[in-house]
Design a protein around this ligand. Sequence first.
Ligand SMILES: [Zn+2]
Length: 87
Amino acid sequence: MRKTEIVTEEVEVTSDLICNNCEKSLKQIIGTDGTYNFCGLEEVQMNCGYGSKNDGTLFTFSLCEECVLDMMSKFKIPADEVDYLFG
Ligand SMILES: [Zn+2]
C-alpha cells in the first residue's frame, strides 16, 4: 500500500525580463486575469568566436520592443518585416 501526501514544491519561474538598455520591463499584461507575455528580445546571446575582439566571451542581454525598434531605425539596411497575423 502506498501512502501519499500533498506537498508544495518551490519552483523558480521567470517573473519578468528587464531591458538592459533602458531598464523597462518586457512584460505585457494581455489578459484580465493577469496573463502576460514578453515583448522584445528575450535573453539574446552573442557568442564571440575565435579570433574576435572578445574571443571566448558570451554576452547575454534583453531589449524591450521600444529599444529594438529604436535600434532598427538606425539600420542602413532595413530589417525584413512580415505581418504574420494578417498576411
Ligand atoms: Zn528598453
